[in-house]
Design a protein around this ligand. Structure first.
Ligand code: 6PG
Length: 242
C-alpha cells in the first residue's frame, strides 16, 4: 500500500507517527521487538523532538530496537553524527534500554564498520527472503532526491547485494555507512518524513514525475510492505492531488 498524508504542521505529523508507533508496539508479542531504522537530518530531528517531548501517552520504547538507516563516519559526539542528533533529541527524552540501541560506529574504519553493521543486522533483525526485514524504516528526502546516503547516480549502492555499505558523499567527500535498497525495500513499512517548502519540488518530482524514476527516493517501493509519505502542507505544496 502507498499512502501520502499531508499535515498542516510538523507537530501534527509527529502526533500521527507517535500514534502509529504506539499502535505497532502494542501488537508486539512478549520477547519480540519492533525493529526501527532511523534517518538523520533536520526533519527527523524535529520529529524526534515532538514524539518524545510529551510523555503522558508514551510509546513503549522497551519494545523497540533502534537501528540507523545511515551514519556519517565521525565519532558519536560529533555534531555531524546522526546518533548524536538522535541522542540529543530523542534518546535523552525516552526510557529505552541501552541494549535496544544498535548505533553505527561512525568512529570506525568505514569499510570495517559496514562489515560489522551487516553482522549486527543479520543477528538482530529477523530476515525475510534472506534480507533483514525492518518493521519500520524512517527516511528523509534530500532536495536532490537522495535518501539514506544513497545519492543520485549511485544506483549500484541501491541495488547492492550487501545490507549496508561504506559510501562517499559526492559533494563533501564525507564517508558514510548506508543501508542499501535491498534492506529498505524489504521493510514492512517505509515512512518518508518530509517538511518545508524547500522540498516541494523534489516531492513533486518523486511522487508525480515519471522522469524522476532513477532517483534513489523514487526507487523506494517496499515489495511486500507499505510506503507512507508524511508531508507538511509546504512540502506537499506543488502536488496535484492534495
Ligand atoms: C542523513 C540522512 C539523509 C537525510 C536527508 C534529509 O544522514 O543526512 O539520512 O538522508 O534524511 O538528507 O535531510 P533534511 O531533513 O536535513 O533535509
Amino acid at each position: 500500500m502507498k499512502e501520502v498524508l499531508v499535515f498542516p504542521a510538523v507537530e501534527k505529523l509527529s502526533v500521527y507517527l507517535k500514534e502509529l508507533l504506539i499502535s505497532k508496539t502494542g501488537n508486539v508479542p512478549d520477547g519480540k521487538y519492533l525493529s526501527v531504522a532511523l534517518s538523520g537530518g533536520s526533519t527527523p530531528k524535529m520529529v524526534f523532538k515532538h514524539i518524545s517531548s510529551d510523555n503522558h501517552c508514551d510509546i513503549n520504547w522497551k519494545k523497540i530496537r533502534l537501528f540507523w538507516v545511515d551514519e556519517r563516519c565521525v565519532p558519536p559526539e560529533d555534531e555531524e553524527s546522526n546518533f548524536n542528533m538522535t541522542r540529543n533529541n530523542l534518546l535523552v527524552n525516552i526510557n529505552i534500554p541501552d541494549e535496544n540501541i544498535f548505533r553505527i560506529y561512525g568512529e570506525n574504519d568505514p569499510e570495517d564498520e559496514a562489515v560489522r553493521y551487516n553482522r549486527i543486522l543479520e543477528k538482530n533483525v529477523d530476515p525475510v527472503n534472506a534480507w533483514p526485514k525492518f518493521d519500520i524504516v524512517l527516511l528523509g528526502l534530500g532536495e536532490d532526491g537522495h535518501t539514506a546516503s544513497v545519492f543520485p547516480g549511485n544506483n549500484s549502492l541501491f541495488h547492492s547485494t550487501k545490507y549496508s555499505e561504506a559510501v562517499t558523499h559526492p559533494q563533501s567527500g564525507q564517508r558514510r555507512i548506508s543501508l542499501t535498497g535491498g534492506v529498505i525495500n524489504n521493510a514492512e513499512m517505509v515512512i518518508f518524513v518530509v517538511t518545508g517548502s524547500g522540498k516541494a519540488e523534489i516531492v513533486k518530482r518523486v511522487l508525480e514525475d515519471d522522469t524522476a524514476a532513477d532517483l534513489p527516493a523514487s526507487q523506494v517501493n517496499p515489495a511486500k510492505g507499505d510506503l507512507i509519505w508524511l508531508l507538511d502542507d509546504r512540502a506537499a505544496g506543488l502536488l496535484n492531488n492534495y
